[in-house]
Design a protein. Structure first.
Length: 362
C-alpha cells in the first residue's frame, strides 16, 4: 500500500509542543510517513534542541537554519527553501501549526505549487492587524484546505469568513499535550522543579509590542517591583538583549533566568501563584491548569480564558498590572473549552479521509 506522505513545517517552541502530540499519533499509523522540516526560526539550543529531546519529537529530516531577521527577510528566505524541499519531497499534504512566520511561509510555498495544506489551530483571531501573528493566521487559514479549529469561537470566526466547508472542530492539541506531559512530570516531579520560593509569580514576555518598546517594558518591570512576591522570568535571548539595549531597570524581586524546556515551564506554571504573560499559549495553559493569568496585552485570541475572570487584559499599564496582582481574579472552576484530549487523533483521521477522497476524484 502506498503511504500517505505528510510534510510537517515547524520553527518555534509552541509548534514543537503541538507537533510532538500530533507526530506521536502519525507515527502510530502504518499508512502515514512524516517528513519534519524545521525552519530554524528558534535556533538557540534552549529554544529548539532541548524541545526535540525532551518531547521525544523525531529529529527533523531537514533544518533550514534560517534564524532571526526582519519579517520580510525571514519569511522570504523560508519560502524559497521550503518550496525547494516540497518540490523534492513531493508530499501529499503539508501540515502547519499556529501563527508564526514558519506557518505562513509553509502555507504559501505549498499553495503556490498546489499541495494541499492543513492548518492546526485555525480560526484564532485577536482582531488586531498590527500584530504580525494576526496577518499570519488569517492568510494561512485562507490558503489552507483543511482547517483544524481548537474551539467553537474559532469555528465561528472561520464561518464568518466563508471557510465553514473546510473547517473541523477537533479541540486543542495543547490540551492533549498537557494531559500527556503532566503524567511524565508527575512520575519524577523533582527533575523539573526549580529552586524557587514557596510563593512566586511566573512571567513571560516576548512579543515585540512589549519587548521592543522601552517605555512599555520599563512600565511592566516597574509594576513587578511593587509585588510582594518574587517574579520568576525565563527570558528569550532576544528579550534579554532588549533589556540591556533599553537600559531597563530590573527590580531585585525579578529573577531572570535562561529559557527552560516545555516540561520545566509547565512545572513552573503548575506551582506559581499567578502568571504575567503576553503569550497566547501561556494564557491557555494557565486556564487549563487553573492558574490566574494577567495578560500584558490589550486583546487576546483566546477569549475563553477571560470567562469567570481567570484571565484579565491589562496591557503594559503599571497601575493595571499592580491592581490585577492585588485582586483575586477567578470566581469558579475553569470550564473545559478545549476538547476531550483527542485532537491529534481527529487531525490525523481527517487528513487521511481528505486524501482518500481526493484520490477517488482524480
Amino acid at each position: 500500500m502506498k503511504k500517505i506522505r505528510i510534510a510537517t513545517i515547524i520553527g518555534a517552541r509552541p509548534q514543537f509542543v503541538k507537533a510532538a502530540t500530533v507526530s506521536r499519533i502519525l507515527k502510530s499509523k502504518e499508512e502515514i510517513t512524516e517528513t519534519i522540516i524545521h525552519t530554524g526560526q528558534h535556533y538557540d539550543q534552549n529554544m529548539s534542541d532541548v524541545f526535540f529531546k525532551e518531547l521525544d519529537i523525531p529529529e527533523p529530516n531537514y533544518n533550514l537554519e534560517i534564524g532571526s531577521g526582519s519579517h520580510g527577510l525571514q519569511t522570504g528566505t523560508m519560502l524559497i527553501k521550503i518550496e525547494e524541499l516540497l518540490l523534492q519531497e513531493k508530499p501529499d499534504i503539508v501540515l502547519i501549526y499556529g501563527d508564526t512566520n514558519s506557518t505562513i511561509a509553509g502555507a504559501l510555498a505549498a499553495a503556490k505549487i498546489h499541495i494541499p495544506v492543513a492548518h492546526v489551530e485555525a480560526g484564532l483571531r485577536s482582531h488586531n492587524r498590527k500584530m504580525p501573528e494576526e496577518i499570519n493566521r488569517i492568510t494561512s487559514d485562507h490558503l489552507s484546505d483543511l482547517l483544524f479549529a481548537p474551539t467553537e469561537t474559532a469555528v465561528k470566526h472561520l464561518t464568518s469568513e466563508g471557510l465553514k466547508k473546510k473547517t473541523y472542530l477537533v479541540g486543542d492539541v495543547m490540551y492533549d499535550s498537557l494531559n500527556y506531559y503532566r503524567k511524565i512530570i508527575d512520575r519524577d516531579p523533582d527533575k523539573y522543579k526549580f529552586n524557587s520560593p514557596d510563593t512566586y509569580y511566573l512571567a513571560t514576555i516576548h512579543r515585540p509590542v512589549n519587548s521592543d518598546n522601552k517605555e512599555k517594558l520599563q512600565s511592566i518591570f516597574n509594576a513587578f517591583s511593587r509585588f510582594n512576591h518574587q517574579v520568576v522570568f525565563p527570558a528569550h535571548p532576544r528579550v534579554r538583549k532588549m533589556i540591556g539595549n533599553h537600559n531597563i531597570t530590573v527590580p531585585q524581586n525579578v529573577k531572570i533566568m535562561e529559557p527552560v524546556g516545555y516540561l520545566a515551564m509547565i512545572s513552573l506554571l503548575t506551582h506559581c501563584k499567578k502568571i504575567f504573560t503576553d503569550s497566547g499559549g501561556m494564557q491557555k495553559e494557565a486556564y487549563i491548569l487553573g492558574k490566574p493569568c494577567v495578560t500584558l496585552r490589550e486583546e487576546t485570541e483566546w477569549v475563553e480564558t477571560l470567562y469567570d475572570n481567570w484571565n484579565v487584559l491589562v496591557g503594559a499599564d503599571e497601575g493595571k498590572i499592580h491592581a490585577a496582582e492585588q485582586c483575586e481574579l477567578f470566581s469558579q472552576e475553569p470550564k473545559n473549552f478545549y476538547g476531550d484530549g483527542t485532537a491529534a487523533v481527529k487531525i490525523a483521521n481527517h487528513m487521511v479521509s481528505f486524501l482518500a477522497k481526493a484520490k477517488d476524484t482524480d
